[in-house]
Design a binder for this molecule. Structure first.
Ligand SMILES: *Cc1c(COP(=O)(O)O)cnc(C)c1O
Length: 433
């Protein structure tokens, strides 16, 4: 082994990256609105909200100010036995935007922990009531819920984690009725999925603690959409078989689907709801898991063992909560996110519909996606992904295809001209394939 390998000049080990084969990371010195500025002066348009978190654009002055003000007041305090104004404000504000049956807000730090909390909360909800046999969950093919072991287990159908198979608990996986514009088979796929779920619930009515789903859009699986009708049927199944319905809105929350939350857009109400990514406007790590009063009451007791004994050092961090409050206010005052779906449709039509290299065009709110036709199967490991990524970068666009799925998920401050420039770049790159 060379000295260089033992003492690398660049010590950072990057997430979700094969360090040997990936191009060296680009150094970003500044972010402003939808633009990122690199050390070498290049300007890159952030078309994916930096891993789906930056909803109002980079370095937003109102978020920066909220952070600065709060940092001078109280940067952090233990959240067991103590509370503070930013957390209380954020909790109340969130509840105001959500279905009335969700009444309780449990803080944590990121999407994966929000999901771990949901898993443990659902399990213990039944356990505290003597139903200790409800040890399993139903999840969907392609579901992604985070990178910690519990979250991996509920998203266990993906092939990323075959290394860890023996460490993960098993769940029952059912088909996800993924659909796209003018999909002739959507109803058949939905029926098949609902039948599978019904069969499982009938066979083992007491086995399941809950059903886990990313409502309306499966993100990491490749921006796979399902219809609101499907969620409505799923909700009534969960109710009639008395299992908890758990929504992972870590990605779909805060305007992504064109409505404040996917549960509102689909007119459905989960028993447990996970939020993170857009919660602090992309400023700081923060997450919440919301629950109904019925769930909260199952833990409310004189017995310490019935309490939800879960917590993280940075739970409810005041800086993150203060940016969360400011971010929600920005969202309330700036309804642009509702108009982006219309623009996506217009530019898809203008630049990409009928292009021989793409199929399965689809939009949901601020998200647009399509499959690039290749010889290989559609999948995250489709070799065209990295090629497309570097071609887009050369053009000045941060797009990070999931395998052969190209998707656009911009910060909401993007202008129509900037959005159109993304479509033109995609068109240019597709034309050269
Ligand atoms: C990103 C994501 C997570 C995990 O969130 P992290 O903050 O990355 O841990 C969980 N669920 C969904 C739907 C996500 O998109």
């Amino acid at each position: 082994m060379s000295v260089e390998e033992i003492h690398p000049s660049y010590p950072i080990w990057h997430p979700s990256t094969q360090m040997k084969t990936s191009p060296p990371p680009l150094k970003v010195v500044k972010g402003q609105g939808v633009m990122l500025e690199l050390e070498d002066g290049r300007q890159i348009l952030d078309c994916i909200s930096s891993w789906w978190v930056t909803i109002h654009g980079h370095s937003h002055p109102i978020l920066a100010n909220a952070l600065y003000q709060q940092a001078q007041q109280l940067e952090h305090v233990i959240f067991a036995g103590f509370t503070h104004e930013p957390a209380e404000q954020l909790a109340r504000k969130l509840l105001n935007h959500l279905p009335k049956s969700l009444t309780r807000v449990f803080f944590s730090d990121n999407g994966s922990t929000a999901v771990e909390v949901a898993l443990k909360m659902a399990y213990q909800y039944w356990y505290n009531q003597g139903e200790t046999q409800r040890t399993s969950f139903i999840g969907f093919e392609g579901g992604y819920h985070g990178d910690t072991l519990g979250a991996m287990s509920v998203g266990g159908s993906t092939s990323w984690w075959q290394t860890f198979q023996l460490l993960m608990f098993s769940i029952d996986v059912v088909p996800f009725p993924a659909t796209f514009d003018r999909d002739p088979n959507v109803e058949a796929h939905e029926a098949q999925s609902l039948e599978t779920i019904t069969r499982l619930l009938k066979q083992n009515p007491d086995r399941y603690a809950g059903i886990f789903i990313e409502p309306l859009v499966q993100g990491a699986a490749g921006m796979r959409l399902c219809r609101p009708q499907f969620l409505q049927e799923l909700e009534s199944l969960a109710r009639s078989f008395d299992v908890l319905l758990i929504y992972d809105e870590v990605m779909t929350g805060f305007g992504r689907t064109g409505e404040f939350f996917a549960c509102l857009k689909s007119a459905t109400t989960p028993d447990i709801l996970c939020l993170s990514k857009g919660l602090s406007g992309g400023c700081l790590p923060l997450a919440v898991t919301l629950a109904t009063e019925d769930i909260y009451r199952a833990f409310y007791s004189d017995d310490i063992h019935k309490a939800f004994l879960h917590g993280h050092s940075y739970t409810g961090n005041p800086l993150a909560c203060a940016t969360g409050v400011a971010s929600l206010e920005l969202l309330e005052q700036n309804p642009e996110f509702r108009a982006i779906e219309h623009q996506h449709r217009y530019y898809l039509e203008k630049w990409l519909i009928g292009h021989p290299k793409v199929e399965q065009l689809r939009t949901c709110g601020t998200i647009a996606a399509m499959e690039v036709r290749t010889e290989d199967q559609s999948s995250y490991f489709n070799a065209i992904g990295p090629t497309l990524r570097s071609r887009f970068l050369e053009e000045g666009f941060l797009l990070r295809p999931l395998g052969n799925t190209i998707y656009i998920m911009p910060p909401y401050c993007i202008t129509p001209n900037q959005l159109e420039s993304i479509y033109q770049a995609i068109r240019r790159v597709l034309d050269t394939l």
